[in-house]
Design a protein around this ligand. Structure first.
Ligand code: HEM
Length: 227
């Protein structure tokens, strides 16, 4: 085996890349929730223009999407193999348990359920892409140009109580995955200092709450206000 490949595929290498890939996905989620806040408007144009802007990035977007798929698959694969304890030669757990002040280890609901909330998020993403990215095509016209009307699609989907419930429950649990994952990523990267750790811990909680609340609010808002 090539030395670099060996390092990447070792449990330490996997944890390191898992941390980086996890943080990259946090960045995506923050951008995604901010963009989707436009769905709170009943005017479809701002959201459709935002979607169109992303599509108009063309090959840049396609490259980013391929990178994202690779990141997601690697993250999921590493998470599962580490959780199953397949790295027996160097049995380092998925995370280093410890609280923000570096006190004795303390397991939380988030840390104990990472594998399950991770698998659920993966299944969610597959269903989510099928529903929206590869879902029904509605056309909208802005400034004489035809663009995809994603606003109508999203508002239509969230008329279904089953979809709304699925989104609310899954994203609520994703919040726990995010909270622990954010903290754990910095631990895996070796950023562990009494001065910064409490800040990182609190930032993880804040990001998880903001992202989950921002996403959860959308289906709930559309369900209760959409005609
Ligand atoms: C209320 C919550 C959400 C709404 C309304 C929403 C909406 C959308 C829409 C409309 C698209 C299609 C964009 C396009 O085809 O141009 C999309 C893509 C996507 N969403 Fe979401 N999303 C939500 C939550 C999430 C969550 C929680 C995740 C991840 C856990 C996620 C991950 C993705 C991914 C990976 C894509 C594909 C992006 C791309 O191909 O460029 N979304 N979302």
């Amino acid at each position: 085996m090539q030395p670099l490949f060996k390092v990447v595929w070792s449990s330490v290498g996997k944890k390191f890349i898992m941390a980086l890939s996890g943080l990259a996905m946090v960045v995506f989620l923050v951008e995604h929730v901010v963009g989707n806040l436009l769905l709170y408007s009943t005017d479809p144009d701002p959201y459709n223009k935002y979607g169109h802007f992303l599509v108009s990035l063309g090959s840049v977007l396609i490259v980013v999407e391929y990178i994202f798929v690779a990141i997601l698959l690697f993250h999921a694969y590493s998470g599962i193999t580490i959780a199953l304890g397949s790295n027996k030669a160097r049995p380092i757990g998925y995370y280093k348990v410890g609280n923000a002040s570096g006190d004795a280890s303390r397991k939380t609901f988030s840390s104990k359920t990472m594998i399950w909330t991770g698998i659920l998020t993966f299944v969610f993403i597959v269903i989510h892409l099928k529903t929206f990215k590869f879902g029904a095509y509605y056309a909208s016209h802005v400034g004489g140009e035809e663009i995809r009307d994603l606003h109508t699609l999203v508002w239509e989907v969230f008329r279904s109580p089953a979809y709304v419930l699925f989104y609310v429950i899954t994203i609520f649990l994703l919040g726990f995955h995010l909270r622990h994952g954010f903290w754990s990523a910095f631990q895996s990267l070796g950023v562990n200092h009494p001065r910064y750790s409490p800040f990182i811990y609190c930032l993880g909680i804040l990001i998880a709450i903001a992202v989950a609340a921002g996403f959860i609010g959308i289906p709930v808002w559309i369900y209760f206000t959409g005609a």
